[in-house]
Design a binder for this molecule. Structure first.
Ligand SMILES: *Cc1c(COP(=O)(O)O)cnc(C)c1O
Length: 369
C-alpha cells in the first residue's frame, strides 16, 4: 500500500513565518501567562468573531467543562447525552455529580427534549447537552424545560465554533457554553478551550476559578484550579483566526462533494441540512446500514484503513458503555436505543481544509466499490 495516507483531520497550522514575530514579541515582553497581552487580545477578538459577550480562555475544553460546573455550583444529578466525546461525562464525574443519560433525537443526534422530563428527579440540578458535530440542539425546548424545573444549562459546544442558528451564535443560549480549541478541532490553539457567559460577574467568577480562586494577591475566594491559557497559545489562536474562515470554506467544499456523490449509495446516510443554521463543517459522519449497504460498518472502516484512509468511529463506543458509567441505571441499552444505533453505524469521514479533489475521489471510490 503506497498511496498517500489520508487522516480524518489535520491541524490548521498558520504559516510559521507569520508566527515568528508573535514569538519575538512575547520574548520581548517576558510575560508568558496569567492574562497577558495576547490572552486579552484573543478574548476580545473571539468575542467579536463569535458574536458573544464574554469569553474566558482555558488551557483545554475539559477544564472548561469542569470549571463551568463549579462556577454554577452544580451538584446532585445532571442530565446529559451519551453520544459525545467522553470528556462531557468525565467533567461531571470530576465534580462528584451523577450523570443521567437521556437518549438522543434520531435526526440531530442531540439530547432529545421529549425524553428529558422523565429523567428529572429531586436531585437534578442541570442539563448538559452537546451540539454534536456542530448541529444545534433544540435550544428553545431545552430552555423551556430548564425554566419549568429550575435547572441550569451548560452546553458542551466543543464542536460548535462559529455555528449560528437563525443568525445568532448557539453560544448565546443556556447559562454557559464550552468550546474546545484542541488541535483536532476546526479552530485550535493547539490545546485550549473557553467558557462563554452572558454577564460580567460570571466572567469574573470564572476567571477567579481558573486561577486557583485568586481574586487579588492576598484573597482566595474559592478552591479554584489552574486552567489558564498561556501567551504562546493565545498568539497562535490570534493568527489562526485569520485563517479559520477559509478553512471552514474548504471543509464545506469537501462536505458538499461527499453529499453529492454519496447520496445515492444504498444503506449509507448522512446528517440532514438544517434550516437557518450556519454550519462549521467540523465533521462528516456517515451511517452504515449493514443489510442494505452489504457490508458492516466495521468492515468498511477496516477497508478504508487498508487503503490508507483513516475514518473515526465518532462516537463509538458510547460514553454510557465505558466501565465507569455502564453500571448507572440510565446507561442501559434499552434506555438509549437511538444513541446505541448511531454508535453502531457511524464513521466520520476525513474532513479538513487540505483535502484535494483527488483525495476525496479516492475516499468516495473506496466507499462505493
Ligand atoms: C474535544 C471535546 C471535548 C474536550 O475538549 P479538550 O479541549 O480536548 O479538553 C469535550 N467535549 C467534546 C464534545 C469534544 O469533542
Amino acid at each position: 500500500m503506497n498511496e498517500k495516507l489520508i487522516t480524518v483531520t489535520t491541524p490548521l497550522l498558520p504559516p510559521l513565518d507569520e508566527f515568528i514575530p508573535y514569538l519575538e514579541d512575547i520574548w520581548k515582553r517576558k510575560w508568558l501567562t496569567n492574562n497577558g497581552h495576547y490572552h486579552q487580545q484573543l478574548e476580545k477578538e473571539l468575542c467579536e468573531f463569535l458574536g458573544v459577550k464574554y469569553i474566558s480562555l482555558f488551557s483545554n475544553g475539559t477544564l472548561g467543562l469542569v470549571t463551568a460546573l463549579q462556577a454554577l455550583k452544580i451538584t446532585g444529578e445532571v442530565i446529559t447525552s451519551p453520544y459525545s466525546f467522553v470528556a462531557t461525562t468525565h467533567s461531571l464525574w470530576w465534580n462528584n455529580i451523577k450523570p443521567v443519560f437521556v437518549d438522543v433525537d434520531p435526526v440531530t443526534l442531540n439530547l432529545d427534549p421529549a425524553k428529558i422530563e422523565a429523567a428529572i428527579t429531586p436531585m437534578t440540578t442541570a442539563i448538559m447537552p452537546v451540539h454534536v458535530y456542530g448541529t444545534p440542539c433544540d435550544m428553545d425546548a431545552i430552555q423551556k424545560i430548564a425554566d419549568t424545573y429550575g435547572l441550569k444549562i451548560i452546553y458542551d459546544a466543543a464542536h460548535a465554533f462559529a455555528v449560528k442558528k437563525d443568525g445568532e451564535s448557539v453560544l448565546n443560549y443556556g447559562d454557559l457554553s464550552i468550546l474546545s480549541f484542541h488541535a483536532t478541532k476546526t479552530y485550535s490553539t493547539i490545546e485550549g478551550g473557553a467558557i462563554i457567559c452572558h454577564d460580567e460577574k460570571m466572567k469574573q467568577r470564572i476567571d477567579y476559578l481558573k486561577n486557583f480562586g485568586f481574586a487579588d494577591e492576598v484573597t482566595v475566594v474559592a478552591p479554584g484550579i489552574n486552567a489558564k491559557m498561556n501567551e504562546v497559545q493565545a498568539a497562535y489562536g490570534l493568527l489562526g483566526l485569520k485563517y479559520v474562515e477559509r478553512a471552514i470554506e474548504s471543509r464545506k467544499v469537501a462536505a458538499d462533494k461527499y453529499k453529492d456523490e454519496l447520496k445515492e449509495v444504498d444503506g449509507l446516510t448522512f446528517m440532514a441540512d438544517f434550516d437557518n443554521v450556519v454550519s462549521n463543517y467540523s465533521y462528516f459522519p456517515i451511517f452504515i446500514d449493514e443489510q442494505k449497504f452489504g457490508m458492516s460498518r466495521d468492515s468498511l472502516y477496516q477497508k478504508m484503513k487498508d487503503n490508507n484512509v483513516l475514518g473515526r468511529r465518532y462516537f463509538y463506543p458510547l460514553i454510557s458503555s465505558f466501565s465507569t458509567y455502564k453500571g448507572l441505571p440510565s446507561a442501559g441499552v434499552q434506555n438509549l436505543p437511538v444513541a446505541n444505533k448511531a454508535a453502531s453505524q457511524v464513521i466520520c469521514l476525513p474532513l479538513h481544509h487540505e483535502l484535494s479533489t483527488e483525495d476525496l475521489d479516492r475516499i468516495i471510490s473506496i466507499i462505493k466499490s
